[in-house]
Design a protein around this ligand. Structure first.
Ligand code: FEO
Ligand code: CA
Ligand code: CA
Ligand code: CA
Length: 603
């Protein structure tokens, strides 16, 4: 059955109304239930969450903060058991800690070592077994031996690929340059065909720190020999004050530690004893995600956006082919070719290889080895003439297509537009669709066209492009994450930041038709509570369950929005979703969507 007003969209559900309030909303006939909240126990010996008495030891056994990527690895053929893999991107200290209030980032006067360690333990990832009962409801299997937290505080990781063991990766704590503690700002990610979990390190620069400040209070890098490199990566970001307690986050005291973040991390969810691996062959930048496809020739191709204004789209092609032997396949991301995209105005993309010694990537230009190329992938891509994009977020291959979600870029000037980034002051973002020749994702060229230009189609100045079947509820702004369901259909979740006041719509999940006469038609399926963005999304292979990650409820843009406007702190949040209890702060949570009475979603 096709929903009324959906035109030629193949997604069978009745869309909900756009808007904003304190709750989440899902299409009629569906259940949207809370599976995991910040602080929920992950292991059988974890203490119950007590927001008034937090400590790092407890947080290490509890679900982390700001869930972002969600992946699912089935443990049986019936789809009743599986391992959920969830990234914890960052922390909001004013919303986490009682009595702290909003921090002045110039002095972090209220922060303490203990609070910083709780933050570090709330970052990283969660691997947890879940099971479905006869009624279709999922719950955590608390005593599973697979359950574990990965943190920024104390999870040891290996480093492989061309940068591993080189001078620029060595630190006082790790003279080998092959071992690092923790992972930072894990945004989106991916599940590999061999059942491992990829975590993308995004805004790692924000965790690094200096005490050398200029008269304006900003970092003064004039005495730093890596100043140009730090500048290109926006480091040190000074978002957190961890460098006050742990000198590895101080770029002056431990200059190479920052080179050990900004990578793709591979985790084997089936082996809690195995070290996660940072794969330097895949380049160092602000990786939004890491979605892959198995190429017809057996190699794997991973796409990853560098989420910053005017940064680039990357592709990694493995040297080896998928063998079906898990141990061998877990080495596929250790060696291969990284390249960066140049979008031509004639509707083609050229993939430019990031290979030391080729073209301008020479020692004279600062690239003495492949280690320099991957560590400074942004600088190498600058020299190659890659196309500066409007903040590449998730990039999703599917068949011979690749969907590139460009979230927004209000800093693009009228004289900086190009065919692939066609709007100046692009407040609402767009989606570019690549078509690879003959399904070959390793080909040196692809075609591209714009699928949608986001924003309100009723406002001419916005310059939006949608299928006219899209309703006033169905259009969206600032695409961030996406998923392909079992029927090969595209779903898009949004992150407008505090910019949602420009649309009056909370972030949500949209079914975006990419094929046939309905191409460009979007319908709203799920809506977040105020101040949250929507991450995940992930469908189980049987299409009967959809996992969503509601990130940072009560924060973005919630301060000044009447009638919900609050101080947006622990004591005075704009919503107490999902618990709605007086002494419980809002909690980032994973939501499970199933169909009432069972069945495939939207079909
Ligand atoms: Fe972490 Fe680009 O979103
Ligand atoms: Ca994102
Ligand atoms: Ca994303
Ligand atoms: Ca986001």
């Amino acid at each position: 059955a096709r929903a009324a007003g959906a035109g030629a969209s193949r997604y069978a559900f009745d869309e909900i109304e756009a808007g904003v309030d304190e709750k989440h909303h899902v299409a009629p006939g569906y259940r949207a239930e809370i599976l995991l909240r910040w602080g929920d126990p992950i292991t059988a010996d974890a203490p119950a969450f007590d927001p008034m008495n937090q400590n790092a030891a407890a947080q290490k056994k509890q679900f982390g903060y700001n869930n972002d990527y969600v992946g699912f690895v089935p443990l049986d053929a019936e789809g009743r058991r599986g391992v959920l893999c969830v990234n914890h991107e960052y922390t909001n200290e004013e919303m986490m800690f009682p009595g702290l209030g909003r921090q002045d980032k110039a002095d972090f006067a209220g922060m303490t070592r203990e609070l910083a360690e709780i933050e570090m333990a709330a970052h990283g990832g969660t691997v947890v077994e879940i099971a479905r009962d006869a009624d279709g409801r999922w719950s955590v299997v608390l005593d599973s031996p697979l359950n574990r937290r990965i943190t920024a505080l104390d999870t040891e990781m290996a480093i492989d690929g061309p940068a591993a063991g080189t001078d620029r990766m060595r630190t006082k704590a790790d003279p080998t340059g092959t071992r690092v503690i923790g992972t930072l700002n894990n945004c989106a990610g991916g599940i590999t065909p061999w059942g491992t979990y990829l975590m993308a390190e995004e805004n790692f620069h924000g965790y690094f720190w200096t005490t050398n400040l200029g008269f304006d209070g900003k970092p003064d890098l004039s005495g730093n020999s890596d100043a140009a490199r730090h500048k290109r990566y926006g480091a040190p970001g000074m978002w957190y004050n961890w460098g006050q307690y742990d000198e590895r986050f101080d770029i002056d005291k431990e200059p190479n530690e920052i080179n050990r973040f900004g990578w793709i991390v591979e985790v084997d969810p089936m082996d809690p004893a195995a070290l996660p691996v940072k794969h330097t062959a895949m380049g160092r930048f602000r990786h939004e995600g890491a979605e892959m496809i198995q190429n017809p020739d057996g190699r794997v191709v991973v796409y990853s956006g560098d989420d910053a204004r005017f940064d680039y789209l990357y592709r990694f092609v493995s040297a080896g082919k998928v063998s079906g032997d898990k141990a061998a396949d877990m080495r596929l991301l250790s060696e291969g070719e990284l390249s960066v995209a140049r979008f031509n105005d004639d509707g083609t993309v050229d993939w430019l290889p990031l290979v030391q010694g080729q073209g301008p990537l020479t020692a004279e230009n600062g690239f003495a080895s492949q280690a320099d190329v991957v560590i400074d992938a942004r600088l190498a891509s600058d020299l190659l003439g890659a196309t500066p994009m409007d903040r590449p977020e998730d990039v999703q291959p599917a068949g011979d297509k690749v969907y590139v979600l460009l979230t927004n870029n209000t800093r693009r000037k009228a004289d900086q537009v190009d065919a692939a980034n066609p709007r100046a002051e692009n407040a609402f973002g767009h989606i570019v669709e690549l078509t690879v020749p003959g399904g070959d994702h390793a080909a040196p060229k692809a075609g591209w066209e714009i699928l949608v230009k986001c924003g309100d189609p009723a406002v001419a100045e916005v310059g939006a492009l949608w299928n006219p079947e899209t309703s006033a509820n169905g259009w969206f702004a600032s695409p961030d994450n996406c998923a392909i369901d079992a029927d090969g259909r595209l779903w898009v979740s949004t992150d407008q930041g505090s910019g949602w006041s420009k649309t009056g719509k909370a972030d949500g999940l949209y079914a975006l038709e990419a094929e046939g006469t309905g191409r460009g038609t979007s319908k709203l399926f799920f809506r977040c509570p105020i101040g949250a963005e929507l991450c995940g999304p992930y469908f189980t292979p049987d299409q009967q369950t959809l996992f969503l990650a509601v990130q940072h409820p009560a924060t973005d843009g919630a301060r000044d929005y009447a009638p919900f406007g609050r101080d947006s702190t622990f004591e005075d949040p704009a919503t107490r979703w999902p618990d709605f209890e007086a002494n419980m702060p809002p909690r980032p949570s994973v939501v499970v969507v199933t169909r009432e009475g069972g069945g495939r979603i939207a079909s």
